[in-house]
Design a protein around this ligand. Structure first.
Ligand code: ADP
Ligand code: MG
Length: 260
């Protein structure tokens, strides 16, 4: 069905990449065919899945430039059912190179419209900005999932993101809807985390996922081993919660994976 979900928030360090990698791995583990598209020049999702970036020849950059098709770029990972289109550092230059293209916001959308590759879900790990890379992701996406770190300044910038989503809906992609809002690095022992959660609920209502991602050191260790949390520390709280998130995601999407 190739449902495209952009994981976006212009703030850095809120858990976009951690959520992209681990939600993708958990969905794949449940039997979904998943593609993770690394849209961040930093490539943390790529290396977080154990792919050596120095060995990559073609990547998201080539997709945006129209030099390669989706099917030519998809790379298998160590997780069955999970593929990735990796990112390389030249992606950082893509925003500038794209400026002169007439269809600069639609490069990604057009490539996915043409592809014959079949996935259940395509997750896009966006960079921490609202530049052309994120706009390409939002123009191609069916929905946007926004991780929000449960800290004092959490809602700062979220208004701007909501506004950007509205602008994208108006000018680039009327199909775009919200997948949801996800509280990350949540520490339920603190009043602050609870207050932030209340405020996020007031702002977003039912869009907020019931699953809250706790702060868990295993989640921050896993990328340096090139493994998603369900491989690196399968019994950790982080692994359990991302599994629960995948269940909630599938329930909200009314989707049952065809078990192989
Ligand atoms: P973003 O992609 O939004 O910049 P990341 O997913 O890279 O954010 O997370 C920022 C940092 O916080 C990383 O070092 C990551 O390992 C760590 N991190 C993310 N989520 C958690 C969590 N739930 N518990 C502990 N550390 C986390
Ligand atoms: Mg990131």
């Amino acid at each position: 069905m190739n449902k495209i979900v952009a994981i976006a928030n212009q703030k850095g360090g809120v858990g976009k990449t951690t959520t992209s990698v681990n939600l993708a791995a958990c969905l794949a583990d449940l039997g979904c065919r998943v593609l993770l598209l690394d849209m961040d020049p930093q490539g943390n999702a790529t290396s977080g899945l154990g792919i050596d970036r120095s060995l990559i020849v073609r990547a998201t950059y080539d997709l945006l430039m129209g030099d390669a098709r989706v099917e030519e770029l998809v790379v298998a990972t160590n997780i069955p059912n999970l593929s990735i289109i990796p990112s390389t550092t030249d992606l950082a230059g893509a925003e500038i190179e794209l400026v002169s293209h007439a269809t600069r916001e639609y490069r990604l959308r057009d490539e996915f419209r043409q592809t014959e590759a079949e996935f259940d879900f395509i997750l896009i790990d966006c960079p921490p900005s609202l530049g052309l890379l994120t706009l390409n992701a939002l123009a191609a996406a069916d929905t946007v999932l926004v991780p929000i770190q449960a800290e004092y300044y959490a809602l700062e910038g979220v208004g701007m993101l909501s506004q950007s989503v509205e602008l994208v809906q108006e000018y680039l992609n009327p199909r775009l809807t919200w997948e949801g809002v996800l509280l990350t690095m949540y520490d339920g022992r603190t009043n602050l985390a609870e207050q932030v959660a209340d405020e996020v609920h007031r702002h977003f209502g039912d869009l907020v996922y019931r699953t809250k991602i706790p702060r868990n050191v295993r989640l921050s260790e896993a990328p340096s081993y090139g493994e998603p949390i369900i491989r690196y520390a399968s019994a950790s709280r982080g692994a359990k919660t991302y599994r629960r998130l995948a269940d909630e995601f599938l329930a909200r999407n009314n989707f049952t994976p065809s078990v192989e």
